[in-house]
Design a binder for this molecule. Structure first.
Ligand code: DWN
Length: 396
């Protein structure tokens, strides 16, 4: 049974960056009520009313995984680690985005799946890229001709697919006998621990725990044999999954993680009710900061037009009333307006300067990278605002 514990109000699609701020464009914007639920049977946390993926993963998909040095380095390191550990002959990625992961492999080994046609175009000349959604029929089509995959990698994608049953069944029929599915997604333990409620938006249909993942994959004859905590995206988990009869033994690392998740009561509804109370408080505290800065006539901007910040701005009702503009390095986001709140997005070159007093860290998950990059902004007296783990101004 699905029990709702969090209501984040009226939300737009997090990828729906508006090309103009005209009344006509605004009137066409799609909104839905974002509610988050806990399944009392398999302990899965999910968006209660998922949007049809066809409206989300279009040929106008904005996010480019290569925009952060942290992510480029993390993917290179992961590719290297998986190559050494499993010596794969065939590597398939589900959700290959701009190719940030696959480009670390010999092109002959790679199969890429990317339903956003604008992104698939970026890799199709060099890598075998299927511009399709991941389904059983696609898996059957691919592996009729190809040897099965020794590694199936998927970062920040499986959590985006509403139909997990089909997803894992399609994976099961694509893996070689001892093939390994490696998935990375924001971890529920981190979301609860950091109060990072902005990890919930239309695309994040699920925020996984190891407990929930191990339950869900069973139906597809798969099993979780290892997991590790990783730092990316504000705290993620990497899961290693294989066929039921494959050679891998359950690792102590996984046993420890499962134990920790149970100690943190990720399988109890009350944990989520408590989280929901903290989210409400976070909203009150963050709005208080923005109100005070407005009263003091400070110039406030936002740093990183993230999908996460779309949840924050729409939930907290923060728009151009508090934030003058948002900066983002992604060229195809620049000149556009944020979903729902319509804050203009400009390039950091134009937007980060002496006139700015405060910058809200929309990309709080890259705090380290950003603080390092923006030393001169801080030196000039500029300050960052964050809401993770609690709403505050970062002092240096
Ligand atoms: O799962 C998802 C994650 C991985 O990516 C997707 N559903 C959509 C997207 O979500 P997001 O927008 O919350 O992700 P990021 O990676 O936190 O986005 C960072 C944004 O900030 C990018 O647009 C790039 C920008 N940025 C910047 O302007 N200056 C990033 C850095 C590090 C910078 O220095």
């Amino acid at each position: 049974m699905n029990k709702i514990f969090l209501n984040l109000g009226k939300q737009p699609l997090a990828n729906s960056f508006l090309s103009s701020n005209s009344k006509k464009k605004q009137s066409k914007e799609f909104f839905y009520n974002l509610k988050v639920a806990f399944n009392t049977k398999n302990f899965l946390v999910s968006v209660a009313n998922p949007v049809n993926p066809k409206f989300q993963y279009t040929d106008k998909y904005a996010h480019r995984a290569s925009e952060s040095i942290t992510m480029k380095n993390a993917f290179a390191k992961t590719a290297n680690k998986l190559s050494k550990k499993f010596s794969p002959k065939i590597v398939m990625e589900i959700g290959s985005n701009d190719g940030v992961f696959i480009k670390n492999f010999d092109r002959k080994k790679v199969i890429a799946i990317e339903p956003c046609k604008n992104l698939a175009k970026l890799t199709k000349n060099k890598y075998r890229t299927y511009p399709n959604f991941w389904t059983k029929s696609l898996a059957e089509k691919i592996f009729k001709k190809s040897k099965k995959a020794d590694i199936i990698f998927s970062a920040n994608t499986i959590s985006h697919i509403p139909d997990l049953k089909q997803t894992f069944e399609a994976i099961e029929l694509s893996l070689s006998f001892n093939g390994v599915l490696v998935i990375e997604d924001p971890s529920l333990m981190s979301v609860i621990g950091n109060n990072s409620y902005d990890q919930f938006y239309d695309e994040h249909v699920y925020v996984f725990s190891a407990i929930a993942i191990s339950n869900v994959i069973k139906k597809a004859n798969l099993r979780l044999f290892d997991a590790e905590k990783i730092e990316t995206h504000g705290g993620s988990m990497r899961y290693y999954i294989c066929k039921n009869n494959a050679k891998y033994r359950t690792t102590n690392k996984l046993k420890k993680i499962l134990k920790e998740e149970k100690e943190k009561k990720l399988h109890h509804f009350k944990t989520y009710k408590d989280f929901s109370k903290k989210v409400k408080k976070s909203k009150i505290d963050l709005v208080k900061i923005f109100k005070r800065l407005k009263k003091e006539n400070k110039k406030v901007i936002s740093y990183g037009a993230t999908y996460k910040s779309s949840t924050v701005f729409n939930y907290c009702n923060i728009g151009t009333n508090y934030i003058e503009y948002v900066t983002d390095t992604t060229i195809n986001k620049q000149g556009k307006f944020t979903p729902g709140k319509h804050i203009p997005i400009i390039s950091p070159d134009k937007g980060i300067n002496k006139s700015v007093d405060y910058a809200f860290l929309g990309a709080w998950n890259f705090k380290k990278e950003i603080l390092k990059k923006e030393k001169s902004f801080i030196k000039q007296g500029g300050r960052f605002i964050t809401h993770v783990p609690s709403a505050k101004i970062i002092s240096s």
